[in-house]
Ligand binder design. Structure first.
Ligand SMILES: Cc1ncc(COP(=O)(O)O)c(C=O)c1O
Length: 414
């Protein structure tokens, strides 16, 4: 029997262990919901919203059916209109751009930084200066080619690390733009705002921020869920109506809305898990440090944490040049991995109409075929990490597999 066959599988993500830890508490929440019939709205949703707003250091939290709904409601409530252009990054989950289109606007992209994989502020500045112009009468920004108004920016806090929010907010102020954080991968992440002179949490810096509670997230539901956080009372009120058919009072509809509510069972389960989140995020950061030690002086390109950011390592993404072979090698060793994401959005069929082609966003295109997400979850053990690192390094040292003999195996970070 080969040694890999005897080894226990290391999952990319363990969705069972956190529920084992909390089983009694989670079952009680189900039982109470069955016994009281409180399935939609009510005290669990309200309490979760209060607690998650506090966790994010934001004034309001409004639960929603998913992170996609949260983005959509945030865009509409903040004031994005039909025919606007909203700028985001191409290396994100499609939901970021889908929400922009669902709001009636057109997504557009700027490239990312090669080290953090987050929005490159210099590229954003160049986008405004070269692809847009300011209407001298109104001061509003217009996209030159389409003639459409540019009204918002969505920085995505990718893999658990916040984008460089200070200069993004400064540019947004200069051009009168809304900033909506896509914090779907960044529950509890923080950023040192030199402008504010303090650390700020994801979800507290833009006009609004969207979170996803998809099961694999740092804070995951046992099903679908999402939330918007905001410090703006008007935006909060609008979102409460949008997610509930435009009504503040039952059957009195001030606007047309949608059914995009967070259900009460999920809210209850999320409350129990929220109490663990700070500890789970600490465990993820410890696991990231351990990977760093294990990969040591090797040439594996590891995640870069910006000096003004504290990542919560939703994903632990390394870069290699022969990613497919390594992924297969690790699978044979029973080690699960993921790719987030294999094709940048501007090269997806869904966005062909935007007219971008290969070469439009060189950094996003360069990293997409190299990135590999290694196992990362709070219950990941030191032994499991040792096996992951040993397997990656042993692959790297086998020229026949890695191609190390005739080309550089691990790509350089710059
Ligand atoms: C960056 C990003 N934005 C948006 C979403 C959408 O969230 P949901 O799947 O809850 O709709 C996700 C979830 O995968 C995400 O990772």
């Amino acid at each position: 029997m080969k040694s890999a066959e005897k080894k226990k599988a290391i999952p990319f993500l363990d969705l069972v262990a956190p529920h084992e830890e909390l089983k009694a508490e989670l079952c009680d929440i189900f039982r109470t919901a069955l016994e009281t019939g409180a399935f939609v709205g009510g005290p669990q949703v309200e309490a979760f919203e209060r607690e998650f707003a506090k966790f994010c250091e934001a004034r309001h939290c409004i639960g929603s059916g998913s992170g996609t709904d949260a983005l959509l409601f945030a865009l509409i409530a903040a004031g994005v209109k039909d025919g606007d252009v909203v700028v985001t990054v191409p290396n994100t989950f499609i939901a970021t751009a889908e929400a922009i289109s669902l709001a009636g606007a057109q997504p557009d992209f700027v490239d990312v930084d090669e080290h953090t994989y987050n929005m490159d502020v210099q590229k954003l500045r160049e986008y405004f200066e070269t692809k847009c112009e300011v209407d001298s009468a109104t001061g509003r920004l217009f996209h030159r080619k389409s003639g459409k108004p540019v009204t918002a920016v969505i920085p995505v806090h990718l893999y658990g690390q916040m984008a460089d929010m200070d200069p993004i907010l400064e540019l947004a102020e200069k051009y009168q733009l809304l900033v909506i954080e896509d914090a779907c991968q960044a529950h509890g992440a923080s950023y040192y705002s030199a402008k504010a002179g303090q650390w700020k949490r994801a979800g507290s810096m833009g006009i609004a921020a969207a979170f996803s509670f998809y099961p694999g997230k740092n804070l995951g539901a046992c099903g679908e869920g999402g939330a918007v956080t905001t410090n703006d009372d008007t935006v909060a009120r609008r979102i409460r109506m949008l997610r509930d058919h435009g009504q503040a009072q039952k059957y009195y509809h001030d606007i047309e809305g949608y059914n995009g509510r967070l259900d009460a069972i999920q809210a209850g389960l999320l409350r129990a898990k929220l109490r663990q989140l700070a500890g789970w995020n600490r465990s993820r950061r410890e696991a990231a440090s351990r990977y760093q030690e294990l990969f040591g002086e090797s040439s594996v390109v590891l995640p870069t944490e910006a000096p003004n950011a504290e990542s919560v390592y939703h994903l632990y993404v390394v870069r290699v040049q022969n990613r497919e072979e390594l992924q297969k090698y690790l699978a044979d060793e029973k080690i699960g991995t993921g790719i987030h994401y294999p094709v940048p959005l501007h090269l997806q069929n869904a966005y062909k109409a935007l007219g971008y082609e290969k070469g439009s966003f060189p950094v996003a295109e360069k990293v997409a075929p190299e990135i590999l997400s290694l196992p990362m979850f709070p219950q990941l053990t030191a032994e499991q990490q040792q096996r992951v690192a040993a397997a990656v390094l042993s692959f790297a040292s086998e020229p026949a597999l890695s191609g190390a003999g005739d080309r550089k195996y691990f790509s350089a970070a710059s």
